[in-house]
Ligand binder design. Structure first.
Ligand code: ADP
Ligand code: RBF
Ligand code: MG
Length: 316
């Protein structure tokens, strides 16, 4: 799979045309995967590359100044799309100027002339361009005129409701990490660098925790979780705490993980934490001893939860 950053770069790879989808794909969830499967199927039939066109930064961030926290920041999105077997990701810089291009001009000049799109696959509710005028009906009309086909993929339902990035964000924010895995098709994961904290874990409690550097991504609700930890291509069991360490009266949020049966200095390294199940709320303890006893119980509970066959980790 290739990741390209401009239309000009992409041209070189698309001389025979392509099958293309556009979207933000935050979360790369089971709804997105249904759409990506259709895209791959059509690309295979036509012997052309499958292309995902996405924007960076998020259009809402450029136009409105902010956007919802990411379920999958760009590097994770790229990794997940790669696992889906997409041939080419075209990640175009979204600028205020770009936003002024009409949907028609975008389709004619970029999709048809530059990218030689043969077929498009879009989600059931997709719309793009100025005032969201680029919807299925417009694409269909332009497709008939300019010679490309448009496929609209129906939504995927889980427990009677449509799977969407918004629904996934809400569930994660409520701590429903066990339930959300059905919508994601994997555990909810965060990826980041291990940074220094207050150095209390190892020295004071005897339970060191790898603290994650926080970026503007989505974190589950405060509390204690059983997690899988990925470090250097290996998977370890872990227990994570998300919160303010009220026992110590901190005021900054930390996301920290004690990795079971592990003893390495991993400051400055990247780890991936997969949230499997919520264990309890974060609490204020009246002594360090009590906190420590509770964490030891959490570790045992985490170990048992992760030993269950339905907690196994499959798809990275
Ligand atoms: P800090 O406040 O800087 O996070 P800690 O006392 O919590 O300090 O120690 C965390 C560091 O200890 C980790 O960043 C890692 O480098 C190291 N470490 C060693 N063993 C473990 C373990 N089992 N789980 C997590 N971190 C560990
Ligand atoms: N800190 C708290 O103040 N209250 C808690 O309930 C709490 N639970 C934790 C559970 C686990 C499994 C772990 C690893 C940490 C927990 N902590 C809690 C955080 C603890 O205060 C922190 O690890 C140390 O302050 C070192 O950073
Ligand atoms: Mg720590």
């Amino acid at each position: 799979m290739r990741v390209l950053r401009s239309i000009e770069e992409a041209r070189v790879y698309l001389d025979k045309g392509c099958c293309l989808t556009i979207g933000n794909f935050d979360g790369v969830h089971v709804g997105h995967k249904a759409l990506l499967n259709k895209l791959k199927e059509r690309a295979r039939d036509l012997f052309v590359p499958s292309v995902v066109l996405t924007f960076d930064p998020h259009p809402l961030k450029v136009l409105k100044g902010s956007c919802p926290p990411f379920i999958t920041p760009m590097p994770q999105k790229i990794e997940l799309l790669q696992k889906e077997g997409i041939d080419l990701i075209l990640c175009i810089e979204f600028t205020p100027d770009f936003a002024t291009i009409s949907a028609r001009a975008f389709v004619e000049d970029i999709l048809v002339k530059a990218l030689k799109v043969k077929e498009m696959v879009i989600g059931y509710d997709y719309a793009f361009g100025r005032d969201r005028e680029g919807n299925y009906e417009l694409l269909k009309e332009l497709g008939d005129k300019l010679g490309f086909l448009v496929w609209r993929v129906e939504p995927v339902y889980v427990k009677g409701e449509v799977v969407s990035s918004t629904r996934i964000r809400k569930m994660v924010q409520q701590g429903m990490v066990w339930e959300v895995r059905e919508l994601l098709g994997r555990f909810y994961q965060v990826y980041g660098e291990v940074v220094k904290g207050f150095r209390r874990g190892g020295p004071m409690l005897g339970i060191p925790t790898a603290n994650l550097h926080l970026v503007d991504e989505l974190f589950p609700k405060e509390g204690v979780y059983a997690v899988w930890v990925e470090w250097r291509e290996r998977i370890y069991k872990g227990v994570a705490n998300i919160g303010y360490n009220p026992t110590f009266g901190n005021s900054v949020l930390s996301v920290e993980t004690h990795i079971l049966n592990f003893n390495h200095d991993i400051y400055g390294e990247k780890i991936k934490v997969h949230f499997v199940q919520r264990i309890r709320e974060e609490k204020k303890f009246s002594s360090i001893e009590e906190l420590k006893n509770q964490i030891l119980k959490d570790i045992e509970k985490g170990r048992r939860l992760l030993d269950r066959s339905d907690a196994r980790i499959h798809n990275g």
